[in-house]
Design a protein around this ligand. Sequence first.
Ligand SMILES: C[C@@]1(CC(=O)O)c2cc3[nH]c(cc4nc(cc5[nH]c(cc(n2)[C@H]1CCC(=O)O)[C@@](C)(CC(=O)O)[C@@H]5CCC(=O)O)C(CC(=O)O)=C4CCC(=O)O)c(CCC(=O)O)c3CC(=O)O
Ligand SMILES: NC(=O)C1=CN([C@@H]2O[C@H](COP(=O)(O)OP(=O)(O)OC[C@H]3O[C@@H](n4cnc5c(N)ncnc54)[C@H](O)[C@@H]3O)[C@@H](O)[C@H]2O)C=CC1
Length: 189
Amino acid sequence: MNNLFPIFLKLEQLHTLIVGGGNVGLEKLEAVLRNSPEATVTLVAPEIRDEIKALAQSHKLTLVFEKYDSKYLQGKDIVIAGTDDKAVNQQVQEDCKAHKILVNIADTPDLCDFYLSSVVQKDDLKIAISTNGKSPTFAKRFREVLEEILPDTLQEILDNLQSIRNKLKGDFQEKVQKLNEITKVMREK
Ligand SMILES: C[C@@]1(CC(=O)O)c2cc3[nH]c(cc4nc(cc5[nH]c(cc(n2)[C@H]1CCC(=O)O)[C@@](C)(CC(=O)O)[C@@H]5CCC(=O)O)C(CC(=O)O)=C4CCC(=O)O)c(CCC(=O)O)c3CC(=O)O
Ligand SMILES: NC(=O)C1=CN([C@@H]2O[C@H](COP(=O)(O)OP(=O)(O)OC[C@H]3O[C@@H](n4cnc5c(N)ncnc54)[C@H](O)[C@@H]3O)[C@@H](O)[C@H]2O)C=CC1
């Protein structure tokens, strides 16, 4: 049973801190920027990979070439930590708890308030996949399967439905009924 509650964050309205600038820091940063290119992000680590430095050229990404310190939590809304030092990751988790900031500790699921998901993205449709931490590799593969089967006409369908939705008159119940009627075809094989 997967008890995680999925939400879609508007990261451009929040300030994200990433602690660690190695493989994991890069992976998590790419996940953030792929989904939310306008996100405001600060990344702190003494050693920062070149790929991360390159991303700082084209995004709202501030790099701090220092060891983690709790002062970097100031003004942050969510934190992702993926250093190669377990003690540092644990310290980040404790500090975030004390400041009531949501935190993801990449190498320790038990310390995470939230997990990143595998994300299928086609135009305006976005599907987040979670395996409850059981197998990120399954999530990745399942994303690839879904990416293949989604139709190329998706954006057109969503745009049409939006314009119908905006034009519909009547009370809430009537609108729901009409939209359900129009989209019934999606369930017909
Ligand atoms: C709990 C969670 C916490 C979190 O990171 O948020 C977590 C934890 C851990 N991942 C580990 C390893 C790997 N992670 C990936 C990949 C992804 N990991 C992601 C999410 C999550 N990973 C969260 C649960 C998500 C869920 O419920 O399914 C994805 C979906 C999203 C993203 O990271 O953006 C992204 C795929 C994106 C995509 O392609 O679609 C690969 C595969 C690869 O890179 O090819 C490997 C290597 C193979 C393997 O182990 O499976 C390890 C062991 C580290 C070690 O051994 O040292 C831990 C720690 C542990 O489990 O103890
Ligand atoms: N959740 C996930 O998806 C995965 C988690 N992991 C785990 O994540 C950890 C990190 O792996 P990599 O990124 O490959 O290591 P890496 O060696 O590439 O990078 C480590 C980074 O941590 C930084 N760092 C070290 N001490 C620091 C401090 N005091 N403050 C701030 N930054 C500090 C370094 O400067 C460097 O940027 C490992 O423990 C690994 O097991 C690994 C793969 C996937």
